[in-house]
Ligand binder design. Structure first.
Ligand code: AHM
Ligand code: MG
Length: 333
């Protein structure tokens, strides 16, 4: 390891000094999230081997239950965070209700996470990710549903871990966005992308599941037609894993969208979850100079009504998101 390699733990400790509210417990909380990420990363990496070794039955060779990866990721987070006294409660995309740790009487934070996002890609060796979001409790030692049902702008930190060709952690505590790559031989995340910014002007990429075209509203259809037929057409890149699609656009520039659709004509809706997916990535986008919107409102300014709320999402290069908003609202044809 050369002297320029900055370990994540050291970086976080240095960051902490800049925040008056952050005591050692905030650093410990981030460390726990990182630990969960490392454990999940290890498991994701051996997922292919599990198939080859024929361990996909109910028990592995040690006689242990083989869990589905998304359940494994969820319980890894739960196990670790339930032992962290600074955490008053957690909400997960995989759980119907939040878990409250009522014995954590000095708790100062609550955590929301999508333990393994990109479910359709889990079994096919395509990049997936974990997304997390941290809020400060409204009242120390007392975590209630109101602590979770808050605007994304109130998040004190958010990030994701991408299990790709290498494992990367990208996070913000409200002061820049930083990326760390896991050195598997050391078991450490090392700073690889300091102060990430979405390029502006950027390459012209768009990421969307165009198979849903017929279910979109007319203005959204016109917008996507424009992207393909404008003088300098945009290129399409769609992985189908939000973390991967977002990460790509964070580095190269571009817009990711999951519009409102009318698959159920009586109940048109977006697919992605405000609290576990849109909010944390919107905070990262904001601090990287980008933007996130549901087509009308800034994602970070939406006051959630329920914990598993879904929203349409347009996120990425600021000027692209603004252009999308103009189309959706009929201001650009
Ligand atoms: P999940 O939480 O069940 O994994 O669903 C979220 C995923 C995102 O990662 C991705 O952006 C989107 O669903 C893809 O959906 P689709 O397969 O409809 O394109
Ligand atoms: Mg998800």
């Amino acid at each position: 390891m050369n002297d320029n390699n900055i370990q994540l733990q050291h970086f976080i400790l240095n960051e902490q000094k800049r925040f008056p509210y952050a005591k050692g417990d905030f650093t410990l909380l981030l460390s726990d999230i990182i630990l969960a990420g490392k454990i999940i990363s290890r498991e994701v990496n051996k997922a292919g081997l599990v198939e080859i070794l024929g361990l996909t039955g109910m028990e592995n060779v040690q006689g242990e239950q083989v869990q589905k990866l998304d359940d494994f990721a969820n319980s890894s987070f739960l196990n670790i965070l339930s032992k962290n006294e600074s955490v008053g409660g957690v909400a997960s995309e995989e759980m119907a209700e939040p878990d409250y740790f009522t014995n954590h009487t000095k708790a100062r934070y609550c955590v929301l996470f999508d333990p393994l996002d990109g479910s359709s890609n889990i079994d096919v060796n395509v990049s997936i990710g974990t997304i997390f979001s941290i809020y400060k409790l409204l009242k120390e030692g007392e975590c209630t549903e109101n602590d979770f049902l808050r605007k994304g702008s109130e998040q004190v930190a958010a990030g994701y871990i991408l299990y790709g060709s290498s494992t990367m952690l990208v996070f913000t505590t409200g002061e820049g966005v930083h990326g760390f790559t896991l050195d598997a031989s050391l078991g450490e995340f090392l700073l690889s992308h300091e102060d990430m910014k979405i390029p502006e002007p950027s390459k012209r990429y768009y990421s969307v599941n165009e198979g849903n075209f017929k279910y979109w509203e007319k203005n959204v259809q016109e917008y996507v037609e424009y992207l393909k037929n404008s003088e300098k057409p945009y290129s399409l890149r769609y992985i189908g894993s939000l973390v991967s699609d977002f990460h790509r656009n964070l580095i190269y520039g571009g817009i990711f969208m999951y519009p409102l659709d009318h698959k159920n004509p009586e109940k048109p809706k977006g697919k992605l979850r405000l609290m576990y997916e849109a909010n944390p990535l919107a905070l990262i986008a904001k601090h990287a100079g980008g933007k996130a919107s549901n087509g009308i409102d800034d994602i970070l300014e939406i006051k959630p009504i329920e914990i598993h709320q879904r929203e349409p999402l347009y996120i990425g290069t600021k000027s692209f998101v603004n252009e999308a908003i103009a189309f959706i609202n009929g201001g650009k044809k």
